[in-house]
Design a protein around this ligand. Structure first.
Ligand SMILES: CCCCCCC/C=C/C(=O)SCCNC(=O)CCNC(=O)[C@H](O)C(C)(C)COP(=O)(O)OP(=O)(O)OC[C@H]1O[C@@H](n2cnc3c(N)ncnc32)[C@H](O)[C@@H]1OP(=O)(O)O
Length: 296
């Protein structure tokens, strides 16, 4: 049976493209009918003019999208499913206007112990997202704090709405970032700024985040999703195989020395010459036509 949900005006344009939408006049909200898998803490849609962008919306608005375990399990599954779907070129993770995600669910986490974290493998679902071969773009409006900021940094590109706020406030509650904040943040913004953010727990706004290099671009709140979908669609015009190889190569920069990173890049670059899509791309250029990539 089709499910019924409510999404904000910002999503309307692209959901309407799915042809599964009916508008409620003067409310600013729309009803949509989805045949996507049933989730309790997220919503998924396939969007974009070519229906090749997987959209995941975190959906615990009352808790500012705090990342409880069930949400994370669903998010991991949705990412894995979109990654395995040949029609999907790129994935977007977003929240709502007030919050991308206000961090790990403190109410759920407060009773964890060292041994329960260890025995149950707290945070292991994180791997489903970091193992994704397709580009993941975070579209951040509102708060991206603690695990929410870490989730955004786990994505490949971060676009933000002009009222977004980023931070690692774990220090305020007697802990430290535990899903990559102390490792990824310095790689994005350098040691001094990362230390300031982690040691004070202060929030930074979208404009500062862009200046620091944490965020690629900032948009008016209501334009954010539209612009993020455009970005995903642009990526989707390229060979999925070569996009995957390019993502792997860039990610290697975070794992290794410059020398071995350059060697890794060269092996992937050489590897593109074993693909049909590389041949097609270069032939199309020479023949002055658009390439017809086959993902081979
Ligand atoms: C499963 C994988 C998880 C990976 C995690 C890796 C390790 C990460 C650790 C962390 O992320 S620790 C948490 C870091 N985040 C925070 O400390 C932010 C906490 N929230 C706030 O400071 C404030 O809510 C706010 C974001 C500044 C917004 O303030 P505002 O006054 O506008 O709203 P509130 O009334 O405070 O919140 C509304 C509602 O939402 C609940 N809520 C907000 N954040 C969380 C949270 N992180 N966990 C659980 N619940 C949260 C808040 O309690 C309110 O609900 P009610 O109590 O009114 O029912």
């Amino acid at each position: 049976m089709a499910s019924v949900g409510v999404i904000t005006r910002a999503l309307c344009k692209n959901v309407i493209n799915t042809g599964r939408v009916s508008t409620i006049r003067n409310t600013g909200f729309i009803k949509f009918y989805s045949t996507a898998p049933q989730y309790e803490n997220i919503k998924t849609e396939v969007v974009g003019t070519k229906k090749n962008v997987g959209l995941i919306q975190l959906n615990r608005p009352k808790a500012l999208n705090a990342l409880c375990k069930p949400l994370f399990v669903e998010l991991g599954k949705a990412v894995k499913d979109f990654d395995a779907d040949e029609k999907i070129a790129a994935i977007i993770i977003t929240g709502n206007e007030k919050a991308f995600a206000a961090g790990a669910d403190i109410k759920e986490m407060q009773y964890n112990t060292y041994s329960s974290n260890t025995k149950e493998g707290f945070l292991q679902e994180w791997e489903d997202i970091s193992n994704c071969g397709k580009p993941i773009i975070a579209a951040v409006n509102g708060f991206a704090l603690g695990g929410g900021c870490e989730l955004a940094m786990l994505c490949d590109i971060i676009y933000a709405g002009e009222k977004a706020k980023f931070g690692q406030p774990e220090i305020n509650i007697g802990t430290i970032p535990g899903a990559g904040g102390t490792q990824r943040l310095p790689r994005y913004v350098g040691k001094s700024k990362a230390m300031e953010i982690v040691l004070t727990g202060n929030f930074i706004d979208a404009q500062e985040a862009e200046k620091m290099g944490l965020v690629s671009k900032v948009f008016p709140v209501e334009k954010l999703l539209e612009e993020t979908i455009k970005l995903a669609e642009r990526i989707g015009t390229h060979s999925p195989l070569i996009v995957k190889m390019a993502k792997q190569a860039v990610n290697q920069a975070y794992e290794t020395t410059l020398k071995s990173g350059l060697l890794y890049e060269k092996s992937i670059f050489y590897g593109t010459f074993a693909t049909e899509d590389r041949k097609e791309g270069m032939s199309a250029f020479v023949e002055k036509r658009s390439p017809n990539f086959k993902n081979e």
